[in-house]
Design a protein around this ligand. Structure first.
Ligand code: E4P
Length: 228
């Protein structure tokens, strides 16, 4: 299981990168808006993220174009910003041919807003390097996001797609992660990646018994020190 961070916040990315566990960054228009970022600064912001994490770490920058032509043009422009940029496109009729064309040009696409196995299979067939099924948003509507993820992983892993094989792609990014249990269950299903918001990533580090154990060790060590 690889850990990506799901944020556009530079401080959070810097801190998560310092942990030595980070294999990627995903952003989306809502996450960028949350930073207070302006339209004119969007591309510079993506470049800053790329510089923080280094050029071996993929950074997904989402296109907001609505036609195939515009998606290709924006995808090519975004990919030229840094070698580690991955172009994020939402699944739709317009984005499938855009993904196919970008893949032919060697541009990696992360196909997002995936909620079904057929969407994921089409994304893989079009040439997406990454496929991002959302878990938490299913849970939000009282559906079972993890069961949906399992169906998608099983269906996609049944086939070879002829794109990105030398890089181990297409890889499945478990997205819309809310809890450490989402990460654990995704790993048990052999989903390749989990992209995790920083708050949920911190929860993955902690456990109440670890905290209690640390308190106990500290208290007992204080007794040893007091006797010295
Ligand atoms: C995927 O890459 C998206 O950025 C993200 O995981 C969406 O999650 P949300 O449901 O928390 O908005």
């Amino acid at each position: 299981m690889k850990f990506f961070i799901d944020t556009a916040d530079l401080n959070d990315i810097e801190e998560a990168a310092s942990w030595g566990i980070l294999s990627g960054v995903t952003t989306n228009p809502s996450l960028y808006a949350r930073t207070g970022g302006k339209l004119a600064d969007f591309e510079d912001h993506m470049v800053k993220i790329c510089k923080i994490v280094g050029e071996d770490i993929p950074v997904s920058a989402e296109s907001t174009a609505e036609t195939t032509e515009d998606m290709i043009a924006e995808g090519v422009r975004l990919a030229a910003l840094a070698p580690n940029i991955v172009v994020k496109l939402p699944i739709c009729e317009a984005s499938l041919p855009a993904t196919h064309e970008l893949a032919k040009r060697g541009v990696r696409v992360n196909m997002t807003l995936i909620f079904s196995a057929t969407q994921a299979l089409l994304a893989a067939r079009a040439g997406a390097r990454y496929i991002s099924p959302f878990v938490g948003r299913f849970d939000d509507i009282a559906d079972d996001g993890l069961a949906q993820l399992e169906t998608i992983v099983d269906a996609v892993k049944n086939y070879d797609y002829g794109y990105w094989e030398q890089e181990g792609g297409p890889e499945i990014i478990t997205a819309s992660v809310r809890t450490p249990n989402h990460v654990t269950q995704a790993a048990l299903m052999a989903a390749d990646i989990a992209t995790v918001p920083f708050a949920a990533l911190k929860k993955c580090v902690h456990h109440p018994l670890t905290d209690k154990g640390l308190e106990g060790f500290a208290a007992d060590w204080a007794k040893v020190v007091a006797q010295a």
